[in-house]
Design a protein around this ligand. Structure first.
Ligand code: AMP
Length: 279
């Protein structure tokens, strides 16, 4: 497995792979890898000859009051996991290799990114789009794999790719969960055993909504109220509980099974978790 720390070196290697006729899959991550990330690498490997994993805690997608400095970093372990999972190259750029000190160019998606996470974190998706576009320029992948865990992120990136004619296929991979239902996340490392137990309320609220829809419930308001009650009863304060069109993320009053997603975010003190499901 190769490792790279500068865009120029990674780009040259990827260009050589392409000249050999190899299809390239890209898996962007912020490291602290877990089974969720590894499932993305495996999917990329199934579809592509060469898989590049980026491990970069992207400063521009964190607000000043967020956890950039504290974000868990486990580089040596991440490299081992990438090698074991079949990655062909890992990109670990230091921030100064990614961003010139006076960098002044941003990619801003102006519709799908404005609600939900974007409303809570106004500069988040600008940072995500900019870093993902930079990775696409460097690697020029045929396929890029993102997790449904960050549902809105995939929707925003699909928009960016469509609107900017970026020649890459975007694959949305299913959410990997712990056996008890908690969606795997690098930020789960912040949870005390007690927080972790109450955090099961997120997946429980989503499961209850899926069951209600299967039993015939179609009112978004009813599903939202039930989920909010479940979260609050467990001590988690909802930032949002949204029932939206699965593609545009526009709020909808009535569930259309198969074309609707339910997204939630909630807080407990400084902790913040997100989860979602298709309905
Ligand atoms: P992150 O390192 O949190 O930026 O995540 C990198 C990629 O892994 C993103 O596309 C995430 O959506 C995806 N991911 C994170 N957690 C999971 C999970 N539990 N299941 C599937 N994909 C995930």
């Amino acid at each position: 497995m190769e490792t790279f720390t500068t865009p120029a070196d990674l780009h040259a290697w990827c260009a050589a792979q392409k000249r050999l006729g190899r299809a390239i899959g890209l898996v962007p991550t912020m490291g602290s890898l877990h089974e969720g990330h590894l499932s993305l690498i495996r999917l990329a490997k199934e579809r592509c000859d060469t898989v590049v994993v980026s491990v970069f805690v992207n400063p521009t997608q964190f607000a000043p009051d967020e956890d950039y400095a504290a974000y868990p970093r486990h580089e040596a372990r991440d490299l081992d996991l990438c090698a074991q999972t079949g990655a062909d190259a890992v990109y670990l750029p230091p921030p100064e290799a990614m961003y010139a000190e006076d960098a002044s160019t941003w990619i801003t998606e102006t519709l799908v990114s404005r609600t939900l996470e974007g409303a809570q974190r106004p500069t988040h998706f600008r940072g995500v789009c900019t870093v993902v576009a930079k990775l696409f320029n460097t690697v020029q992948p045929d396929l890029a794999v993102f997790g449904q865990k960050d549902y809105q992120q995939v929707a925003v990136i699909r928009r960016m790719v469509r609107d900017l004619d970026i020649p890459v296929e975007i694959l949305r991979a299913p959410i990997v969960r712990d056996p008890d239902g908690l969606a795997k996340s690098s930020r789960n490392a912040y949870l005390t055993p007690e927080d972790r137990a109450t955090a099961l309320s997120l997946s429980q609220a989503l499961r209850a909504a899926r069951q209600a829809v299967a039993a015939g419930e179609r009112s978004a308001a009813t599903l939202q109220t039930a989920a909010q009650n479940t979260l609050r009863a467990a001590g988690w304060e909802p930032d949002y509980v949204a029932i939206v069109d699965a593609e545009t993320l526009t709020p909808i009053p009535t569930v259309l099974p198969g074309a609707t997603a339910m997204l939630l975010a909630c807080r407990k003190g400084r902790l913040r978790l997100i989860d979602n499901t298709l309905l």
